[in-house]
Design a protein around this ligand. Structure first.
Ligand code: E4P
Length: 288
């Protein structure tokens, strides 16, 4: 059962509908699901195919992704399912717009994931104007979050998510939860049109820390959600602080939200590396 005092929405981060069922059974509720190319490559059908040395054709791989997304959407009809546009550094805004429209039509409750690149922001602006829901992914800086806010100005309630990646910042010694805190504080001065979705959650500390910092949505892997269920679905108190003494703090930046999107510096080596990894995991599924 959903804890009464829980304000955030809880999503599962995974590529296997069997995991969706297990988490729903353990929690007694689930508000949505996020997928990405790496998670899809690990999904049992794809993983088995890869292990046997098999590959999909380009159209088969999209059929496979669509089938998985449809199964998830059927399991969480009232929730949101994030489907990621397969993109790399060279994917143009026009390509992302075309792919985004097509992914959005797969299921009634889709959010289309786009990377925070210049092309991704341009695509987000166009897609939002067409009524498409988007989830802006691979966010590693507060300035990127400001650019997403500006690019999607005028979006409707619930139409835009931003996914800052906590674990990948921790992996290189920076306190990823500070980015959640910084974006939440910056967005508090805005109109609320972008929902803060804490992603790359690696354990209870990230999960409870994100809830304590006021994330609108937290997406977490099955292992983290099952562990939370086993502990009795505890919520963090006002004093909750995730142990982070060995991580470098990320300072809050006083960034105005009122600039044009192109005025923000959205560069991040972690976004570049993340795009490369997603593209390589996705391309490994496809026979060329
Ligand atoms: C979810 O939307 C993200 O793609 C995911 O949380 C990334 O997690 P990872 O950094 O553990 O790969």
């Amino acid at each position: 059962m959903r804890p009464r005092a829980l304000r955030a929405r809880i999503f599962l981060d995974g590529g296997d509908p069997a995991g969706t069922r297990r988490v729903q059974a353990a929690l007694g509720f689930l508000d949505g699901q996020t997928t990405n190319p790496t998670l899809m490559a690990k999904s049992p059908l794809a993983a088995a195919k890869l292990a046997e040395g098999g590959r999909f054709t380009p159209s088969e791989v999209m059929d496979f992704y669509r089938q998985v997304a449809r199964e998830m959407a059927g399991l969480i009809p009232e929730g949101s399912v994030s489907i990621e546009v397969p993109a790399d550094r060279d994917t143009s805004a026009e390509e992302m717009i075309g792919q985004g429209r097509s992914l959005f039509a797969w299921i009634p409750n889709a959010h289309v994931k786009l990377p925070i690149t210049r092309a991704g922001l341009e695509a987000a602006k166009a897609l939002v104007a067409q009524g498409v829901r988007v989830n802006m992914t691979l966010c590693f800086t507060q300035e990127q979050a400001a650019a997403v806010y500006a690019a999607t100005a005028g979006a409707g309630p619930g139409q835009v998510f931003i996914s800052p990646f906590i674990g990948r910042l921790d992996d290189r010694g920076e306190n990823g939860l500070d980015l959640i805190a910084g974006i939440a504080r910056m967005y508090a001065g805005g109109d609320g049109h972008v929902a803060l979705l804490a992603a790359s959650v690696r354990g209870q500390g990230h999960f409870l820390g994100s809830l304590a910092l006021g994330a609108d949505i937290v997406t977490a892997p099955e292992s983290v959600l099952l562990d939370w269920a086993e502990k009795g679905l505890p919520l963090p108190g006002p004093e909750y602080a995730c142990e982070s003494s060995d991580l470098r703090p990320i300072a809050f930046l006083d960034i105005p939200l009122a600039r044009r999107p192109e005025e923000y510096d959205i560069s991040s080596d972690l976004t570049d590396q993340g795009l490369e990894r997603f593209a390589s995991d996705w391309n490994a599924l496809i026979a060329r």
